[in-house]
Design a protein. Structure first.
Length: 601
């Protein structure tokens, strides 16, 4: 085989990519001798190696793998040199400049002489007598006649009548006027009022008689800064497009509401304005029921609210219970405060031209009592605290019935087998709470029973009590006082039964010799239970005053419930007591609440 001829070249637009072509031909040596005519020969050779040479594709890329190269980073900015520069202020002290007042109205500040113009001027004096003219004075001409439409009048001695009178002061024989001197006439006047009777009015001043200041220098103390009710602003902001109820309520936006434990002080005002809102609705279906009148009441010896209402006869279908006999649950809203009650009894009354339905019921806690709750046997087979006994009483086969207890007294341990009771759920709770001199109070809407001490603070320590509400006599529409006397006990024995304790509870600072009747309860198993029961017995002694107050449901107070300390101010007399009963009477547009307050003289 002969050497292959190779031809290499670069592809345009590529990075050093070579390609080549080669031609291969066989090398054959021929030797021919002789005399031949001019040689003419055509040779064609075909070489077949019977080897398949398929077309092969190759992938080419325009980029090669880059080689790593180390190169340092170069920063064009160098470290700045500190240069001391003076401060430059774009403003400087302005020089006084006299400015003139410019007015858009020309000559508005130039003094302008005021001229007076009169529609008439003084007439010229005429030597002749009265003259008669139609519009102006005659000419001073002594000629008898002139070629004029008007000529001088001839003086005469008698009076003449003229439509216009001369303006000069000339003597005349007589003057006739359309008006004459008025004659005084006496006329009587009758008034529909009679002589007022004198009525003495007393004035009360907040300041007393001034005294001569003492010698020396006095620096008055700084006045207390009370936050304003609103931030002064000339912008009126209308929040809603329309007031659907037609009521505009103005509030103190910067007022800080009293926090938990703070005292709500009702201010003394001339007029107390309350916008009452009383609503009654069925909870299931959210059906509003029109109300003609409504009453709510509760006291310290009641464990739920009492409820009475009168509604139109058309609402009877919304108040009737279903086939199960469970009463309908209603929600009463009084000035924004909601209460849940049950419509237990219905009675219809109809007279000529009117018909109504009277609804009577209790709070939703009535389901814990007969006839809705069964009679059960309660006992503790293991050591349990009093609070745990209440929680166990609200179980059925170990499953809660959906009610909880808000424990508000000191707890104590009850040994196993000490407590046993037969009754409903609520009677079992009353038995446990009464052992420590406490009482039950329902939550307004939730399924919660609160356990409260009958006397959170003994009456002989009320001097340090901070009341929850301060009510002035101006805010009450009616008040009544009733004095009652109880025995002056200062000591009592409180005892358990089988596994209980015997405690002697006496009033602090006394000998404890005036003993009240002994109290025996099987749940008095620790000294803490005996002390709480003894305080409840000794606190209800001595001279007491039952104060009954009738006042509106104010926004500051709302409905005041039993168990709250209230200070009632009647002029210079202040009485502190515990609210024992609350009754709300709603007969729109008036809503009143009546409080029974226990005070000690």
């Amino acid at each position: 085989m002969a050497d292959a001829d190779l031809l290499f070249s670069l592809l345009p637009g590529t990075a050093n990519l070579l390609f080549g072509e080669s031609s291969v031909a066989p090398d054959v040596s021929l030797s021919i001798s002789g005399i031949f005519p001019p040689l003419e020969m055509a040779i064609e050779a075909i070489y077949r190696s019977d080897t398949a040479r398929p077309t092969v594709n190759r992938a080419a890329t325009a980029w090669d793998t880059a080689e790593s190269t180390r190169q340092g980073a170069q920063e064009r900015a160098s470290t700045a040199l500190p240069v001391a520069a003076a401060g430059m202020v774009p403003w400087e002290v302005a020089a006084p400049l006299a400015a003139h007042v410019a007015s858009l109205i020309p000559d508005s500040f130039d003094p302008t002489p005021v001229r007076w113009a009169a529609g008439h001027q003084d007439a010229a004096q005429v030597g002749a007598g009265d003259r008669q003219v139609v519009s102006e004075e005659a000419l001073r001409d002594r000629r008898i006649s002139r070629a004029s439409r008007f000529e001088g009048a001839v003086g005469i001695r008698h009076s003449r009548v003229s439509r216009f009178e001369d303006a000069d002061r000339r003597p005349r024989n007589a003057s006739r006027s359309r008006y004459q001197q008025a004659v005084r006439i006496s006329a009587g006047h009758v008034a529909p009022h009679e002589t007022a009777a004198p009525f003495p009015v007393g004035w009360q001043s907040w300041w007393g008689e001034a005294i001569r200041p003492r010698a020396g220098r006095f620096a008055p103390p700084p006045e207390p800064q009370h936050p304003a009710c609103y931030t002064p602003s000339g912008v009126l902001i209308f929040k809603d497009a329309v007031a659907l109820d037609g009521v505009l309520i103005f509030i103190c936006e910067n007022a800080v509401p009293p926090g938990p434990g703070d005292t709500v002080i009702v201010p003394i005002r001339r007029v107390y304005v309350v916008v009452n809102d009383v609503r009654l609705r069925r909870v299931v279906g959210n059906i509003d029921i029109p109300t003609l009148s409504l009453d709510l009441k509760i006291d310290a010896d009641s464990w739920t609210w009492g409820f009475d209402a009168t509604v139109p006869a058309e609402a009877l279908g919304d108040l009737e219970p279903d086939a199960s006999g469970i009463p309908v649950e209603l929600e009463v809203t009084i000035n924004g405060t909601a209460y849940r009650v049950l419509a237990e009894r219905l009675s219809r009354e109809r007279a000529f031209g009117e018909a109504s339905v009277k609804v009577t019921g209790r709070g939703k806690g009535a389901v814990l009592d007969a006839p809705y709750a069964p009679t059960k046997n309660f006992a503790n087979t293991a050591n349990r605290t009093a609070q745990q006994l209440m929680a166990d009483a609200l179980l059925v086969n170990g499953v809660p019935i959906g009610w909880s207890v808000d424990w508000g007294i000191t707890d104590w341990l009850v040994p196993a087998g000490v407590w046993s009771h037969q009754g409903t759920y609520i009677s079992a709770l009353n038995t446990i709470a009464g052992a420590a001199g406490a009482y039950l109070q329902p939550h307004r809407t939730a399924q919660t029973i609160r356990v409260l001490p009958r006397y959170p603070v003994p009456p002989w320590e009320w001097g340090s009590v901070v009341p929850g509400f301060v009510l002035p006599s101006a805010a009450t529409a009616r008040e009544s006082l009733e004095w009652k006397d109880a025995a002056q006990y200062n000591g009592v024995y409180v005892s358990g039964v089988s596994a209980g304790v015997l405690g002697w509870v006496k009033r602090t600072g006394t000998a404890g010799d005036e003993l009240a009747p002994m109290v025996v309860d099987p749940l008095i198993t620790e000294a803490v239970a005996a002390r709480q029961r003894g305080i409840a017995v000794l606190a209800d002694t001595g001279r007491q005053i039952e104060v009954t107050l009738r006042l509106p449901v104010l926004p500051e107070t709302g409905v005041i419930e039993p168990g709250v300390f209230v200070e009632y101010q009647d002029g210079g007399v202040s009485r502190l007591g515990l609210v024992r009963s609350t009754s709300v009477q709603a007969g729109l547009p008036e809503v009143w609440q009546t409080l029974g307050v226990e005070t000690h003289a």
